[in-house]
Ligand binder design. Structure first.
Ligand code: NAP
Length: 277
């Protein structure tokens, strides 16, 4: 970054109007009094590579990548971090001064940082983690749980084959159970994570029976619209420690913001308000 240049960053997806990332990065730029701008960009599949290759020439220092381009962006990049390779998708691109495009995936980092902030006593190795769902977000969650030290992950997904696919990639720490058994395995868990889109505004309801939840279990839902999902409401009533999914979104942005704009931002109540407002 040079003094006379204004660093630009943004988020590429389609659709993109709903993204909270511009409000988040805009809040941090203002809070830390930094020069820079962060803009949403709606880009189609067919234009993705051309747009990404053009951005550094326009003064962009990097971009976030969201649905549906996370997998494609990884393969457009010239280099990728180990965690992006493991997850098989990129959510952050860094445009280096030597012209190379560097891909990272900070979703897993954001997931763990959110759990640590929201449930400070959480011990990743204290027992089994039940992961509901086997889509793109589940890959990041499973990779980061294993990295954090969780040794037993009980994975369940409506489409069992996808869960089996993740087991074959992540190995013997992952056990797969049928989706109809999801409620039954909750009593074995010290951590429960919903990574499905169930319960999200506009998506079908989350209907997994929750009577197996035990007091003290750490329960998190990566869905954050609404903030307090049915899973989190019922878990709270059952005496569980609950953590909402907004913090994952906020924390995943920290490493990229630091890399692009030179300051490591705090995730605090003002950050949450700026994004929710
Ligand atoms: P995805 O790849 O499309 O996966 C969707 C998952 O939801 C799959 O496991 C799918 O099961 C399951 N699902 C969908 N409809 C279902 C239904 N009717 N019954 C049972 N299971 C159903 O999506 P994703 O990228 O993983 O994202 C999942 C959710 O996480 C979204 O709501 C997204 O907004 C949220 N998210 C939040 C953050 C954050 O920062 N908080 C980050 C990433 C994603 P099948 O495999 O059977 O289809």
């Amino acid at each position: 970054m040079t003094d006379h240049k204004i660093p630009l960053a943004g988020v590429i997806g389609s659709p993109i109007a709903h993204s909270k990332s511009p409000a988040l990065h805009g809040h941090w730029l203002k809070t830390y009094g930094l020069k820079g701008a962060y803009i949403p960009m709606d880009v189609t599949d067919s234009n993705l590579e051309e747009v990404i290759r053009m951005l550094p020439k326009m003064g962009f220092v990097g971009v976030n990548i969201t649905i549906p381009h996370k997998v494609a962006a990884l393969w457009i990049a010239d280099q990728m971090t180990d965690r992006a390779t493991l997850i098989g998708a990129a959510n952050t691109l860094i445009f280096r001064r030597d012209g190379k495009i560097h891909a990272d995936n900070t979703d897993g980092y954001g997931f763990i940082a959110n759990l640590k902030q929201g449930a400070p006593g959480w011990q990743p190795a204290s027992g089994a983690a039940v992961v509901l769902g086997a889509g793109g977000a589940a890959r990041a969650v499973i990779a980061s749980l294993i990295e954090a030290g969780t040794t037993r992950i009980i994975l369940t997904n409506r489409t069992r084959l996808k869960a089996e696919g993740l087991k074959s990639e992540f190995g013997s720490k992952v056990e797969v159970v049928d989706w109809v058994q999801a409620g039954n395995v909750l009593e074995e868990a010290t951590t429960v994570i919903n990574t499905t889109s169930l319960g999200m505004t506009g998506a079908p309801e989350f209907r997994v029976p929750l009577d197996g939840l035990r007091p003290g279990t750490v329960v998190t839902d990566i869905v954050y619209t609404p903030l307090k999902t049915r899973l989190l409401q019922e878990a709270e009533q059952a005496g569980c420690i609950t953590v909402d999914g907004l913090g994952m979104l906020l924390h995943q942005a920290v490493p990229a913001f630091e890399r692009w704009f030179g300051v490591r931002p705090e995730v605090d109540v003002n950050t949450r308000s700026a994004v929710l407002g």
